[in-house]
Design a protein. Structure first.
Length: 288
């Protein structure tokens, strides 16, 4: 099976370690959102005079140059960067970048409000022009995601992290941290995520499911019916697995995250192959 992880993080010194783990687990390739774990903690980059932080990707550029069939990247951008449209245009020309990513609306309440107000339209338009997909972490703004996706039908929009904000994630966000929900509320909210399946240019990244739905992470059978619902709604070709194994809130290792999905008896072999690799290959136009 061609297994591709749709989201993983590493930084300095992480290339060989990631390759060794991928080889051990049978993971063919991974999409990297560069984040420096450990003593460097944080994104590489620099602060602009305006105070906006512009990320750089030195590790993944090297990794993708040395191992182009194993690694590619998401470029994280900030809509407040005065050169954001230029950065997106250049990313569209860079062989090591296969998608753009925004997380501001899900991490900062002020950016969530700006997202709802339509202030991200320029960023969506610039990304659509490049032909790159856009990963969006905006779990509290699902109606706005739908509106943007319909406004830019030529843009592939991939909704991050099951479209949800877990209680584990709330520790790291600004403005949403006081909003705590139990499993029943999370499952009810997921019904709203499933409505996004009606928009053909929207896909779903299946990541952090154990944290989102507050079920034991391994062997993971409690989340299987929920993934079945997602596949029934979107189709397996619009659901992609991302381990985010370097930033796990529930304690499972990379192998447990992978094998809990591989063991899912509620998916057919073809559906499992799509979720574990085929979908992200197609949506990012990154063939083996």
């Amino acid at each position: 099976m061609d297994i591709v992880d749709a989201q993983f993080h590493f930084g300095p010194g992480g290339i060989d370690r990631a390759l060794a783990m991928m080889d051990a687990l049978g993971i063919a390739a991974a999409v990297i959102d560069e984040f420096w774990i450990g003593e460097w903690m944080g994104h590489p980059g620099y602060k602009l005079p305006s105070g906006v932080f512009r990320v750089t990707q030195p590790t993944i550029e090297l990794a993708a140059t040395l191992h182009p069939t194993r690694f590619t990247s998401l470029l994280r951008v900030d809509r407040r960067d005065p050169e954001v449209t230029t950065l997106i245009r250049l990313a569209g020309q860079a062989p090591h970048v296969k998608a753009i990513r925004i997380i501001g609306p899900g991490m900062e309440k002020s950016e969530g409000d700006a997202f709802v107000a339509g202030d991200y339209s320029g960023l969506f338009a610039a990304t659509e022009q490049t032909g790159l997909p856009l990963f969006v972490f905006a779990p509290c703004q699902l109606e706005a995601i739908a509106r943007y996706a319909k406004e830019f039908p030529g843009l592939k929009v991939i909704v991050d992290h099951c479209g949800m904000l877990s209680n584990g994630m709330r520790r790291f966000v600004t403005g949403y941290e006081g909003v705590s929900q139990g499993r029943a509320a999370q499952l009810a909210d997921f019904e709203h995520v499933l409505k996004l399946a009606d928009i053909p240019n929207v896909a779903l990244k299946w990541a952090h499911a154990a944290s989102v739905f507050e079920y034991p992470p391994y062997p993971g059978e409690k989340t299987w019916p929920i993934l079945r619902r997602a596949v029934d709604a979107f189709g397996a070709e619009r659901v992609m697995w991302g381990s985010d194994a370097s930033v796990v809130h529930t304690g499972e290792c990379w192998g447990e995250i992978l094998f809990s999905l591989r063991a899912n008896t509620e998916l057919s072999a073809a559906e499992t192959a799509a979720v574990l690799g085929g979908s992200v290959r197609n949506w990012l136009s990154w063939q083996a």
